[in-house]
Design a protein around this ligand. Sequence first.
Ligand code: AMP
Length: 284
Amino acid sequence: MAKPVVIKKADEMQARARELSCAGKSLGLVPTMGALHAGHESLIVRARRENDVVVVSIYVNPTQFGPGEDFERYPRTFEADRKMCAEAGVDIIFAPDSLYHRAARTWVEVGGLEEPLCGMSRPGHFRGVATVVTKLLSIVRPDRAYFGRKDAQQLLIIQTMTRDLHLGCEIVPCETVREPDGMAMSSRNRYLSASERKQALAISHALEYCRAEVEKGERDAMTLLGEMANLLGGQPDLEIDYVAAVDARTLDDLTTLKGDVLVAIAAKVGNTRLIDNTHFEGLK
Ligand code: AMP
């Protein structure tokens, strides 16, 4: 098992990536904030299959955290991450100390898609995400970059921005990896106490309920969302941020589920904010 090379400087990463591209190698990038789990691993495995060279970036991006959020306490587990990357055959770990010049003043905003859903309670979050992903794509210039559907709004914003700015990279969506009981894997799950972990399961249960009802023919958003909110409301330490059914391309609220639909939940369990979703294509 070859050890991945660790690169900490953006200039060095950019030069190395350019060399590899010039030598005719295809590059796959998996952007992460570290604390890697099987969800990240599935992105890495796919990137390994589809590219000559795999770069995993590990960077806890300060600009996507709001005041009072968990930037300081976000899990940083570099040695374990490095081990997982080695086992998965990653070639390069890009782990910069900072990606922001002290006088940085350039930001990437994707109008209309940043404000709804998570944007409501995390103003500025997606501007931070769009900006850091633009930086990573500019530094590595990958042929393909891999993102999880668990962060569906983030994925849509990145797809839109890549198209609008001609970034010339294929954005590859990857399915959500779940624990055996259905809970979506997340670096933040490790914050949960045993009781919170049990209560958090209501999130994936509510989404499973929604899938089952839609399969039976239910299309009324109020009926579905109301029942999902009831399922979540049974948990004493769970506070709903939103339960929404939106058009998967515009994120506009739907009254009837039709076409490509995203049903998404965000909730705080204790102090931990969790998100999950399910998506439907071509609903009639
Ligand atoms: P993060 O380190 O949380 O910023 O996530 C890095 C990438 O991994 C993002 O594209 C996420 O959507 C993706 N990801 C996180 N959790 C999962 C999961 N459970 N299944 C699939 N992808 C995931």
